[in-house]
Every structure is written in structure tokens, then in C-alpha cells.
Write a new protein. Sequence first.
Length: 258
Amino acid sequence: MYIDTHCHLYNEAFDADRDEAVRRALDAGVDMMLLPDIDSFSTARLEALCSQYPDHFRPMAGLHPTSVKEDYKKELELVHTALINKHTSLKYVAIGEIGMDLYWDRTFEAEQRDALHTQLLWAEESGLPVCLHIRKAHNEVFGLLRDMNRPRWRGVMHCFGGSVQEAHRAVELGFHLGIGGVVTFKNATMAEVVKSVPLERLLLETDAPYLSPVPHRGQRNESAYIPLVAQKIAELRGISPDEVASVTTASARSLFAI
């Protein structure tokens, strides 16, 4: 059995065949899918999918760094309200996806840093792990984590794209690394990361509908492709796909308490 620890099946890209995509995932052995939030525009769709398939989806709550704009504090209030709501049947498994994304520009860098800091504090208060989105901002995020001076963190660096050195730094801090379709691309750095980090620290994810693995690269991604990611990790590490499935599933269940 597999767990897709990061997908957006509530995204509009699945509006025409969402139920079929869910069925394909289940048929492929992907029994659980975790849904990170983006902002107030995605929350209702995420919650609806979790309510429709309560045995197979779990929600996260968080403000994505690219959604941090002038009104980010209002967006954060909505995240906090969801986390402290005692009258919902939804069981949030993480705060995410949160982080810093400086790929396009640095206009809201200070606001992104503040939003991340705030949500990291909420994770501590709630006892939930975090799902970090980091793009062109590893130094900034590592700097913030250092400044907060915690002995250990709980969470995952989603769609990890850093160096081997950064991977080991993340693991030393307590984080898992989310590995998706990019591992099937011709990317020497990612291969070295997967081979050098303890298997127990790797989690499988798709980030569907984005970043489809080979041979579906360039097409819409979906959770049913998780076995392709597991197969590539198995090849790189010289082990069986069954071992990858077993260890990563156990790690996901432990981290997210599912």
C-alpha cells in the first residue's frame, strides 16, 4: 500500500474526471492521499473532497507562500480559525503547505517570512507536523529555522529540490523529504539525494496535477502514478519497490498520525 503525502486532487484540473482519478489511485494501491491547502479559494474544494472520501483523504491547513500578498494576515486568520475549530469533523494532519517561494520575485519576501514563522509557531502549539514548500529559498528557510532555535522539527520538505548537503541538513533538523516525479527525470542531484538519505526519511508524493513522472512527463499528474516514483527510488537504492512502499508508508503514518 502507498500513501500520496502531497496532492491537489481538488484542483480544477480534475473537475471532469475526479472520481475516476480517485478510483485509479485506489486500484494502483494508493489508499491514502493527503491534501495541502493553498489559500481561502482552495479550502472549500479541499474540504468537500475529504468529506466525499473520508477513508482516503486527509486535509492540511495552511497558507501557501505564493498566496502571501498584502492581505496575508486575513488569510492567516482563516487558517488559524480552521485549526482551532472544535465543531468540524475534519481532522487536520499537518500545517501546510507553508514556506517561502522566491522563484518569481521577492516582492513579499518579508511577508512570506512572517507568515511562515507564524504558522511554524501554530504547528508547535497544535502538535502538528509541517509541510514546507521551498523554492529558491533554502538559505532563507534554513536561516529562519536556525533563528527559531528548536532542537528538533517535525515535518516534510515537500518536492525537495535542494542539494545533497541541504538534504542532510534537513534530515538533521528532523525533517522528511518529499520525493515525487522529478526523481524520474535525468537529474543527477536528485538521484544522489535519494541514495544518500535514510529510506525512513523519504516520503512519496505526486504534487498532482503537477510534475508528472516519466513516462507521463508533460501531462497531468495524478496519485495513481505513485508506484512509478517508488519504482525509481527502488532502482536507485538497489532494493525492491515493496520495501519502498512498506517503509515510506510506515513513515507517513507515523509523521501524520494516520
